[in-house]
Design a protein. Structure first.
Lengths: 254, 233
């Protein structure tokens, strides 16, 4: 376990060594909330009460999604640049290696999302320890699920990095647009809502909003959302554990 | 190209449609020209990515062995960015015309040279950031900051009146003179509303885009010249 933690700590030190990405993420979050969020919420008006808050949670989901995507890309870059064989040669089991990657991903996500979350809750006058903790837990679970998906997809990069990047871009577009990240299920046309319930972001976004007290009539059942988010995290992480265990040996991203 | 088209299409047929239901039916027609402009922006900024990759992976050294002058290389990159932006946004405009009826197709054709200049300006800006990116992945920091800032502080998603009503004056001024706002407004007014081409708007578009193209060309030229003289950027 110590070795796994050492490996995770090494990755996290590299991550925290360059704060540029965090500062950029927070600054862009603030800009989008202050300009886009405030203007669109005024245009939406009473059609969806409290849209500003709805949008701010959606923006956090995007931060979590991009952060998880970043872990997958990081993993592929290790393979592309030939570092993966080195990591695999360390006296750490394959599952330990995956756990180290997951810890790196969690820290990356939490550092990017926690300050905006606390700031939004503070500005909204809704900052409570339990609310913040439960919201972080929901975002953390969603992040694990997306990370698992991205690592599972990395086998594509072992054939061709360009195809992997294209698949990621296409998948991101579909997962985000066909989800409740920026608009509730109740407002979507009937022909889009069945697709929307297939996106894990729908469940993560609605669960986080429910935890933070958004009007439940615009959200999915929170129990269903919690079950789906947990199931996705467990299943995709198991799948990525299998990939790391069986497929990864000797690969180098093309 | 297929991925870019699918991104813009999903913006148009999913995001714009749902936001239209949430805001007002007219909002869909308002947003579609904005999405075409964002598409042009995305395609043109690919120039920056290509320059960054060429510098990072040493492909630029190969380019410099070609029988082309440094200025020729620079112009080729900027023009390719402009062409990429125009080809991509034209494809999107054709697709958009199925969703929102264009009132004046001739104006769309007349706007193409201006869209080309805008795309060269954006390509120039991306080239500038690629040229000044010295360490690691810093180019992506600039690229992301550029995209979010230019797209958010513009009239792509909301009208100039909405911005000036709710946000401080300087932000409204930036949004007014943002070349993406100018292009989106030109498309909305002249192509989808059928008004005459607004010469003031188009001259503002040229005045804001050309300096950006020149800035990028100069930055890339300086980098190539330094490479030629010192062997490293």
């Amino acid at each position: 376990m110590n070795r796994v933690l050492n490996l995770a700590a090494f990755n996290i030190r590299v991550l925290l060594g360059d704060p540029t990405w965090f500062i950029l993420s927070w600054a862009l979050f603030a800009l989008q909330l202050a300009v886009y969020g405030s203007l669109i919420s005024r245009l939406v008006g009473s059609n969806l009460p409290n849209y500003f808050f709805f949008y701010s949670i959606g923006l956090m989901i995007i931060v979590v999604f991009e952060s998880a995507e970043d872990v997958g890309r990081h993993f592929v870059e290790h393979a592309h640049e030939g570092e993966l064989p080195y990591f695999l040669s360390l006296p750490v089991s394959r599952s330990g290696f995956l756990v180290a990657q997951a810890i790196y991903g969690v820290v990356n996500t939490l550092v990017k999302v926690a300050p905006p979350l606390l700031a939004v809750l503070f500005i909204w006058g809704n900052l409570t320890v339990s609310g913040a903790l439960f919201a972080l837990a929901a975002l953390f679970l969603l992040g694990l699920g997306i990370t698992g998906t991205m690592v599972s997809l990395s086998f594509i990069a072992f054939k061709a990095v360009d195809i992997y990047m294209a698949v990621l871009a296409g998948l991101s577009a579909l997962l985000i647009r066909f989800s409740t990240v920026f608009y509730p299920l109740a407002i979507m046309p009937n022909y889009y809502s069945p697709v929307s319930v297939l996106s894990p972001l729908t469940y993560g976004a609605d669960l986080t909003r429910w935890v933070l007290g958004f009007d439940p009539k615009y959200l999915l059942n929170p129990v269903l959302a919690a079950v789906v988010v947990t199931a996705i995290a467990v299943s995709t992480l198991s799948l990525s554990a299998r990939i790391v265990d069986k497929i990864i040996e000797g690969v180098k991203a093309a | 190209m297929a991925v870019l088209i699918s991104l813009s299409l999903s913006d148009m047929l999913v995001t714009a449609l749902v936001m239209g239901r949430m805001i007002s039916p007219e909002y869909f027609s308002f947003l579609v020209p904005g999405i075409v402009t964002v598409g042009l922006f995305t395609a043109a900024t690919d120039t920056g990515r290509r320059i960054w990759l060429a510098l990072r992976e040493g492909v630029v050294q190969y380019y410099m062995t070609l029988p082309i002058r440094t200025s020729g290389l620079v112009v080729a990159y900027i023009i390719s960015g402009g062409l990429g932006g125009v080809v991509y946004s034209s494809a999107l405009l054709i697709i958009a015309s199925f969703a929102v009826h264009p009132h004046n197709i001739l104006n769309a054709i007349l706007l193409l040279p201006f869209m080309f200049v805008l795309a060269t300006g954006i390509a120039g800006l991306a080239a500038f950031f690629a040229s000044i990116s010295r360490r690691g992945e810093i180019y992506w920091v600039y690229a992301q900051a550029l995209q979010v800032t230019l797209v958010t502080i513009s009239t792509i998603f909301y009208s100039a009146q909405t911005i000036s009503r709710y946000l401080p004056g300087p932000i409204a001024t930036i949004a007014d003179y943002n070349p993406l706002s100018l292009a989106a407004t030109a498309l909305r007014d002249s192509v989808f509303s059928g008004e005459l081409l607004n010469t003031t708007l188009l001259s503002n578009l040229l005045a804001t885009s050309l300096p950006l193209a020149a800035l990028g060309a100069l930055a890339y030229w300086v980098i190539l010249r330094t490479l030629r003289l010192r062997g490293k950027p």
